[in-house]
Design a protein around this ligand. Structure first.
Ligand SMILES: Nc1nc2c(ncn2[C@@H]2O[C@H](COP(=O)(O)OP(=O)(O)OP(=O)(O)O)[C@@H](O)[C@H]2O)c(=O)[nH]1
Ligand SMILES: [Mg+2]
Ligand SMILES: [Zn+2]
Length: 311
């Protein structure tokens, strides 16, 4: 049996990278055992599989247990869950203040999802070249907040070679995931990082200042300087999956820091008496926008400023 890594999945066919670096088209054997969860996609980019060749076609017999994954639920429609990618060393959340706008609600949901599997996240604020003075100040403030929580942040433009150089340095020899809304520049950045790839990129719609979902399948690419990068389709919304209410606070580093001083050990930090987290919010030790986003996640709601309307 040969071993390989899922580089692309288009439904019934999978592109597998074998251990020698060759790419092969494969299908799943009828009897493969996948975990019981109902996801739209049984095998995902980043999965390690075992397969055999039968007349030039690979047949996948086994999937190795996933070290981690990023999973989401569509909030509006079917509530089906989808695994975006697995076995990631680090995730890059590509965000933009304008064209399109990424809300902090979306950022915080992404961070929570990644924290749940201890996937390190860097936040990459892209399209710096499009910001006016006031927006630059806003962005600096966001950077300060997230850096103080321990997240690596970048403020970059895909057009600036020095910025691309700094991204290459941190990506080297890792399996890196790029995620974020449509149109934030994921594929553009990957093209700049690895110029040979020539990935398709799309315009931003003038009317809505939103992307047009140019990338339609996740795909893993080799980096010539070492490691891999996974480009993904833009996501509109990020419904959280497999999370208990009591867990959510653990995935906010600043709430985690104060929660042990709450009077009740099952405190959800909403309106319980002697809640150390609320106290920290009142004293300005916890950013109130982050706290509101926590409440939004806790209530399972998209709060007004979190809303990401469909195109
Ligand atoms: N001005 C400016 N434009 C950028 C920058 N980065 C990307 N763009 C533009 O933004 C548009 C969308 O870029 P894409 O790379 O297609 O975005 P994406 O995140 O891959 O979008 P999906 O594949 O739809 O998820 C393109 O017109 C890019 O040229 C940047 O730093 N500055
Ligand atoms: Mg793209
Ligand atoms: Zn509390």
């Amino acid at each position: 049996m040969k071993k390989g890594l899922v580089a692309k999945s288009t439904g019934s066919w999978y592109t597998i990278r074998d251990e020698d670096g060759n790419y092969l088209e494969c299908r799943i054997a009828g009897k493969i055992r996948l975990d019981g969860r109902k996801t739209t996609n049984p095998l995902v980019v980043g999965d390690y599989v075992e397969f055999e060749l039968q007349e030039g076609v690979g047949i996948i017999h086994k999937i190795q247990e996933r070290k981690n994954y990023i999973i989401r639920k569509s909030i509006n429609l079917s509530k089906q869950t989808q695994i975006i990618a697995s076995n990631i060393d680090q995730a890059f959340l590509i965000a933009t203040l304008v064209f399109p706008r990424t809300s902090t609600g979306f950022i915080d949901r992404f961070l929570v999802t990644a924290e749940a599997y201890r996937i390190p996240v860097s936040i990459v604020f892209n399209k710096k070249d499009l910001l006016d003075e006031e927006q630059l100040i806003q962005q600096q403030e966001l950077l300060k907040i997230y850096q103080s929580l321990g997240y690596t942040c970048f403020s970059i433009s895909a057009k600036n070679p020095d910025d691309i150089y700094s991204l290459r340095q941190v990506m080297k020899n890792n399996i890196n995931l790029f995620s974020g809304h449509s149109g934030v520049g994921k594929s553009t950045l990957i093209n700049a990082i690895e110029p040979g790839l020539s990935l398709k990129t799309g315009e931003i719609s003038e009317a809505h200042a939103k992307g047009k979902h140019t990338t339609t399948f996740s795909e893993l690419f080799e980096l010539s300087f070492g490691g891999f990068i996974i480009d993904t389709p833009g996501i509109k919304e990020l419904g959280l999956v497999e999370m208990q209410k009591e867990e959510i606070g653990h995935y906010f580093p600043e709430i985690r820091q104060y929660m042990h001083d709450c009077r009740f050990n099952n405190c959800l930090h909403v309106n319980e008496p002697r809640c150390a987290v609320r106290e920290a919010v009142e004293q300005g030790k916890i950013n109130s926008n982050r706290y509101y986003n926590y409440l939004g996640i806790l209530n399972g709601e998209e709060m007004e400023w979190n809303k990401w309307e469909t195109d």
